[in-house]
Design a protein around this ligand. Structure first.
Ligand code: PA5
Length: 458
């Protein structure tokens, strides 16, 4: 058995601790047979080619090609710019902030494990130009990874056009061409046509893997590999979690357990799901979670046309204790909290003892927990117990350390919760039909041919 390193602590959702707002043995027991059926359905469907994201850590599509691209460009690249949005960006950002120092881009070249990384996941012109300014004299040492599964996304296409133009002006057409790697569908979409026409180097978004499930594919792995992240260990973590979430017993399966808890609470009108890492490194992982939760689970249920879905919220410990916790304790009891906790930080900082006799200062250095990591952990325990005192349910995912292994496990765990939740909620978690209208209206406002008539006119 390939043991997983993450621990899931569910004690503060149980009625023994939470009273009326807790889940009883009976409630969990009643949902268990249906969840066991769902796990069986997923296992069968997987063999028939569905739930393709589940196979990524084993099939490792284009892993050698990714490593080769890094090899080919490492010596000539000081800046890597990723152009993408939504599922084509959030995973890259989350993996980078979890596994490289948050000050990574500020480090001098020799102290970084790879090029500076800029993931441009918006078309705000001020933000965009600020990054352009940073690389304007270094286009010959800048590589651009355009990521778009559909190859049709307006934001990514606009960024691509601008960056291509700047590259051609700074270098020449032939040299500019060599500074692109495009990650897109194998055969469909405008970006693939452009790749074929221009001869760009390219990677493929695996068939059947949606944007928000694609971080462990070439979509997320190229930038990670460039920045020194060990892909083999990341994928080994995901593969280990695959074993755990394939356990047919829902109560011994962490993905099924998470799905059952959230589903039961949604039925009890706790539809706001707060993920609160007590780790700055995991802050962007909560952003990634927000997308996979919202875009997958916020749907009109086909059977009765009821609008369903949880609202995911991102919070950060300890920062948001001084911003959100008042609401979390005394506001409506309509939330389920998930803490991400780290047992051992990569480094820790001792709080010095000073101001003898000034207790409000002295205790911080005197205590056994007298480090910043110790203080952060104490604050997590304090918040969890304070929420418990107000009968607010919380779960904890405990990372022994933040490393490739545990991050791979975490990503795979949260991806695997989604199809189980989808089946419990009787919705399709893999589509996003409600995103379409906004895209069509954007085409209309920007004057795209074929979209002259506003889609609002029917
Ligand atoms: O998860 C999703 O499917 C979306 O968030 C997409 O990733 C996002 O809309 C970008 O799409 P594309 O990769 O086709 O440019």
């Amino acid at each position: 058995m390939n043991e997983v390193s993450l621990q899931l602590d569910t004690r503060y959702v149980r009625d023994e601790r939470l009273g009326d707002h807790g889940l009883t043995e009976e409630q969990i027991g009643q949902l268990t047979p249906r969840t066991a059926e769902i796990l069986q359905e997923i296992a069968t469907e997987r063999k028939q080619g569905q739930h393709r994201f589940r196979d990524l850590p084993h099939e490792k599509p284009q892993l050698d090609e990714i490593k080769q691209i890094v090899e080919d460009y490492r010596d000539s690249t000081d800046n890597l710019i990723v152009l993408g949005i939504g599922g084509s960006a959030l995973g890259n950002i989350a993996v980078q902030s979890a596994l490289n120092p948050l000050t990574y881009n500020l480090l001098p070249n020799h102290q970084r494990r790879g090029p500076r990384l800029f993931v441009l996941d918006n078309v705000d012109p001020v933000y965009f130009e600020a990054v352009m300014q940073l690389v304007e004299d270094q286009w010959d040492r800048t590589l651009v990874n355009v990521i778009s599964k559909s190859g049709e996304t307006a934001e990514t296409s606009a960024q691509f056009l601008i960056v291509r133009d700047r590259l051609i002006k700074a270098l020449d057409e032939e040299e500019a061409r060599k500074r692109f790697v495009v990650t897109t569908d194998a055969s469909k979409g405008t970006m693939r046509e452009i790749v074929d026409r221009e001869g760009y180097r390219s990677l493929t978004v695996p068939e059947g893997v949606g944007g928000r499930f694609s971080v462990l594919s070439p979509v997320g792995l190229l930038s990670a590999a460039f920045c020194g992240i060990d892909l083999d260990t990341l994928l080994a973590g995901a593969a280990a979690m695959d074993e755990a979430v394939s356990n047919p017993d829902p109560q011994a399966n962490p993905a099924a357990t998470l799905a059952m808890i959230h589903h039961l609470y949604m039925q009890r009108s706790k539809r706001i799901h707060v993920m609160m890492p007590y780790s700055q490194q995991l802050r962007d992982m909560a952003d990634w979670y927000r997308q996979i939760w919202a875009e997958s689970l916020g749907k009109i249920r086909p059977a009765d046309k009821v609008c369903v879905g949880p609202t995911p919220i991102k919070a950060l410990g300890a920062t948001d204790q001084h911003s959100q916790v008042q609401l979390y304790r005394e506001g409506p009891n309509d939330k389920v909290f998930t803490f991400l906790e780290v047992n051992e930080f990569d480094c820790d900082t001792i709080i010095p003892m000073a101001f003898e006799g000034v207790e409000a200062m002295e205790y911080l250095g005197r205590s056994d927990e007298g480090t910043l990591g110790g203080l952060l952990s104490a604050e997590k325990r304090a918040t969890e117990l304070a929420l418990l005192a107000s009968q607010r349910p919380s779960l904890t995912i405990r990372f022994p350390q933040i490393n490739e292994r545990s991050v791979g496990e975490f990503i795979y765990l949260y991806e695997s919760v989604i199809p189980i939740m989808g089946k419990l909620m009787a919705i399709n978690p893999y589509d996003q039909p409600a995103v379409e209208l906004g895209k069509l209206l954007t085409f209309h406002f920007m004057g795209r041919k074929g979209f002259e008539k506003s889609p609002m006119e029917g």
